[in-house]
Ligand binder design. Structure first.
Ligand code: FES
Length: 68
């Protein structure tokens, strides 16, 4: 039995997704299946939805995410 995918919020950086996940485009086509990925949170990546490191260049600062 596989573990559930997990999303970790990094400090002033991307969301780190671990666990096998299908990435699907707006038409429903699976474009990638990855066991680990970094998803852009700053909006500046040139390869969205994935992080390309641009958050460092733009000095991205994120609010803290709290569990409700
Ligand atoms: S979070 Fe890394 S480029 Fe946006």
């Amino acid at each position: 039995m596989s573990e559930l995918p997990k999303i970790k919020v990094t400090r002033n950086g991307p969301y780190i997704v671990t666990g096998e996940v299908e990435y699907v485009d707006a038409d429903g086509t699976v474009v990638k299946t990855l066991a680990k990925a970094a998803l852009c949170r700053c909006g500046h990546s040139q390869s969205k939805p994935f992080c390309d490191g641009s958050h460092r260049e733009v000095g991205f600062e994120a609010d803290t995410i709290r569990a409700e």
